[in-house]
Unconditional design. Structure first.
Length: 289
């Protein structure tokens, strides 16, 4: 009896596609920066606190995107500190660097760098390594964590923000479910990254422990997505969420339009008299080297 082998997840192809999508979405992601700061502000400040980022700290930001949180970190560490914002997509980093210049921050540096290839950084040169909604999309999360740990001084801290479970993040999981059904996608392949890859109970803690981190703590931070309407939430996701576009690759333009319409109709369940309030819960994890 022959066995049908499931194809392996192609990490290299995934990264190539991801980089291209973020290059294309850089302008939109940057434009949504003020909203991101409001939406993820509490989780971000919690991450900074747990990582013990303060005046004089040297901070490594992995998958920094357009740098909204990098700039917040730069303000927190002050002139005596330093923030290195890294990302796989240089178009995002260009916007982070421009915003830092506009804000008069000379302590923020940007560098195009794969979060799984941090060996070019001097060992032991940072006090904290942070990643806001980035680690979940790394095909080799352990390699990324190992690189962060190597870059930290003894006693340095790794801190990350990730989504918790699909059930607590309906603003995102409903679109994922609708697209998966319409695109007839099979279950995720072994090793395939995704928005909820570190969200189940104990998974983030286990990943940190496997990487050799100590004194691990994970906090749940309610982070409701507040926008004027479900249509505006769909616009945000359509312009900014590369993971959803990757899932739609096999659909025609008409089928994609129909999927987005179905998503908007489903998300209207979260419209209130005060606008759209989409359920979202973040986990903020920290561990010490």
């Amino acid at each position: 009896m022959s066995t049908v082998l499931q194809p392996a997840f192609d990490a290299a192809a995934f990264k190539t596609t991801t980089r291209a999508q973020w290059q294309a979405a850089a302008e939109a992601w940057h434009r949504w920066g003020p909203f991101l700061g409001d939406w993820l502000g509490e989780a971000t400040e919690t991450m900074f606190d747990l990582a013990r980022i303060g005046p004089g700290s040297r901070v490594l930001d992995i998958a920094a995107g357009a740098g909204e949180q990098s700039i917040s970190a730069a303000r927190r560490v002050g002139e005596s500190g330093h923030v290195l914002a890294t990302d796989i997509a240089p178009a995002l980093l260009e916007r982070a660097a421009a915003d830092a210049r506009t804000a008069g921050l000379s302590n923020l540096e940007t560098r195009e760098l794969d979060g799984e290839a941090l060996d070019t950084l001097p060992a032991g040169s940072f006090d904290a390594a942070i990643s806001r909604v980035g680690l979940i999309y790394f095909p080799d999360q352990q390699r990324a964590l190992a690189g962060m740990c190597r870059a930290l001084r003894p006693g340095g801290r790794v801190a990350a923000i990730v989504y918790s479970t699909p059930e607590r993040n309906a603003f995102f999981s409903i679109p994922v479910k609708i697209i998966r059904e319409r695109a007839k996608l099979p279950p995720p392949l072994p090793g395939q990254p995704g928005p909820f890859s570190l969200g189940a109970e104990g998974v983030l803690e286990a990943a940190f422990a496997k990487a050799g981190l100590r004194n691990i703590e994970v906090r749940k931070v309610p982070s409701p997505v507040k926008l004027p309407s479900a249509a505006e939430c769909v616009r945000f996701e359509r312009e900014s969420f590369g993971a959803l576009h990757q899932m739609m690759v096999a659909l025609s333009e008409a089928e994609r339009a129909q999927a987005w319409q179905a998503i908007e109709e489903a998300l209207r369940a979260f419209e209130t008299g005060d606008g759209f309030v989409g359920p979202c819960e973040m986990l903020v994890g920290v561990g010490t080297v």
